[in-house]
Design a protein around this ligand. Structure first.
Ligand code: NAP
Length: 249
């Protein structure tokens, strides 16, 4: 009898850790969107690229005889999470959302909580100064009108098309980032504020601590709500769920 087939929707450190924990115990496929040119590849089978919406995902799940799905995508990847919920509901497949815990606010933090990138740009226009922006490339267009603020924009890989932005500098790097390096970066560029998504996770938390220590305001884009259905916040809890689903425990 062939082992159960698990699809992990990935693009995160948690997805890679889960694939490492489970490969050998069942058939694991990790799906990546293919946004970054040279992704860190987890173990197991890998497929890259969109499915073509919820219906495309449902068709793929059927064609590949998937038995269960873990949605371990980034907390801000709301579209693929919604598609996973819809496709699994259509097929009656078990699905779990693995979403990393949010960062905990410290009393010394000066967070400005905003809804989205457009609201972040409006908040930044009021602050002015020199801002460290770490929200990825997709929503940077929201900052296009900011001619009075200097932006230091950190991306994983160079953008595919030139960015139509006011004064800015690009910086490339993939986490984890150390606290010392983040402190140096803020000092070196004389940064006066930070814009980030409330992504959570240890790999990119050092910038939050560095901004706290420097007394800088942090414009924090809040998370979209998770899809309906069960949600866990750790790889360990996900491994237990998988074991229950495949009747291993
Ligand atoms: P999104 O807005 O939820 O998804 C947009 C489209 O990309 C989806 O409709 C789907 O295309 C495709 N897609 C997304 N994740 C996929 C996956 N794991 N496998 C196959 N197709 C996928 O997602 P996003 O915010 O663009 O993020 C894309 C990927 O980057 C995700 O895997 C996420 O985990 C990772 N990531 C995102 C962020 C972030 O800040 N958003 C940060 C770090 C990593 P189809 O409709 O054609 O299936």
């Amino acid at each position: 009898m062939s082992p159960p087939h698990l699809l992990i929707l990935g693009g995160t450190a948690e997805a890679a850790a889960l694939a490492t924990a489970l490969s050998g115990r069942l058939r694991v496929t990790v799906s990546l969107a293919g946004r970054t040119g040279s992704p860190t590849l987890p173990p197991g089978e890998i497929r890259i690229g969109g499915f073509g919406g919820a219906d495309g995902l449902a068709a793929w799940l059927q064609a590949n005889a998937v038995d269960l799905v873990v949605d371990a995508t980034h907390p801000f990847a709301a579209a693929i999470s919604a598609h996973a919920a819809e496709a699994c509901a259509q097929l009656g497949l078990p699905r779990l959302r693995l979403q990393r815990p949010a960062w905990q606010q410290d009393p010394r933090d000066r967070w400005i909580d905003v809804e989205d990138a457009a609201a972040a740009a409006r908040a930044l226009a009021l602050l002015g100064g020199r801002c460290f922006v770490t929200i990825g490339v997709q929503e940077l267009a929201a900052f296009a009108g900011l001619l009075e603020v200097w932006l230091l924009i950190r991306l994983i890989t160079p953008p595919k098309t030139p960015l139509d932005l006011g004064p800015h500098e690009l910086l490339f790097g993939r986490g984890p980032f150390s606290l010392d390096a983040e402190r140096l970066l803020l000092e070196h560029h004389r940064i006066t504020s930070l814009v980030t998504k409330a992504s959570g996770g240890p790999a990119t938390e050092a910038k939050i601590v560095a901004a706290r220590d420097a007394g800088l305001p942090v414009i924090m884009i809040r998370r979209p709500p998770p899809p309906s259905g069960p949600v866990v916040d750790s790889v360990e809890a996900t491994v237990r769920w998988v074991a229950d689903e495949i009747g291993e425990r």
